[in-house]
Design a protein around this ligand. Structure first.
Ligand SMILES: Nc1ncnc2c1ncn2[C@@H]1O[C@H](COP(=O)(O)OP(=O)(O)OP(=O)(O)O)[C@@H](O)[C@H]1O
Ligand SMILES: Cc1cn([C@H]2C[C@H](O)[C@@H](COP(=O)(O)O)O2)c(=O)[nH]c1=O
Length: 202
């Protein structure tokens, strides 16, 4: 594969979409493919129905995972194979961090179980930028936006954050943790440093 896959991860309201828009309007990124999960396709629409309703947690994970499979085969792989760099606002890390909380008690080791069902077909990112912030701050930021998902609760997001930090500890070779309780310009500088350092080592 010739292109690089960069994913932006973090709890709700941590600033990923704000940064995605900054990168998208940066001329250095004009040839990058920007994408997101849940996707904007029909399976992504089904995911959005699930997260705004009382859907069974396992069914919800499987919908997110189906959306990921479609994303990989229709967009991620073709783009990378054609040499394009891809930036995804949320990706598999969201499943490992969020659904490991919703499926607590259903499986002895939910995060490992979820990772296992991705094995053999997912594409691991070359770089994951983890937008790290205290959920008390991010939930307050979300309060200033419109529609909320069922995940935007402080206690729940504390657990999601802990899962993200666990993933970052397990994969120091590709995770960069960025404190996003700071002005956007400062965050942007760190994000650009992380991305350019990956691309320089190509
Ligand atoms: N560094 C920052 N300082 C203050 N407010 C911010 C900062 N970054 C983003 N915000 C604001 O916080 C809110 C959430 O930001 P954003 O939508 O970028 O988060 P997100 O990580 O994409 O959230 P989600 O995953 O839930 O969609 C927005 O109202 C945004 O304007
Ligand atoms: C990909 C993915 C997402 N989620 C959660 C995270 C958010 O609460 C929503 C998506 O909303 P966004 O504001 O559009 O980012 O879904 C998840 O639980 N698992 C996933 O795999």
């Amino acid at each position: 594969m010739k292109g690089k896959l960069i994913t932006l991860e973090g709890i709700d309201g941590s600033g990923k979409s704000t940064m995605t828009e900054r990168l998208r309007s940066n001329p250095d990124f004009k040839d990058f493919v920007f994408t997101r999960e849940p996707t904007t396709g029909w399976i992504g629409d089904a995911v959005n129905r699930a997260i705004h309703s009382d859907t069974d947690n396992l069914a919800e994970l499987l919908l997110f995972t189906a959306d990921h499979a479609e994303h990989i085969s229709k967009l991620i792989l073709p783009a990378l194979e054609s040499g394009q760099n891809v930036i995804s606002d949320r990706y598999s890390g969201s499943r490992y961090a969020y659904q490991a909380v919703t499926l607590k008690g259903k499986f002895p080791e939910p995060m490992e179980w979820i990772q296992q069902i991705h094995h053999g077909w997912t594409v691991d990112p070359d770089l994951t930028v983890l937008f790290d912030i205290d959920p008390k701050i991010s939930v307050e930021r979300c309060g200033n936006r419109g529609e909320q998902t069922k995940f935007e609760k402080i206690d729940f997001l504390e657990e999601v954050r802990a899962n993200y930090l666990k993933l970052a500890e397990a994969h120091p070779e590709r995770f960069v943790i960025i404190n996003t309780d700071r002005p956007v310009d400062e965050i942007e500088k760190d994000v650009l440093d992380a991305i350019f350092s990956l691309l320089e080592n190509k």
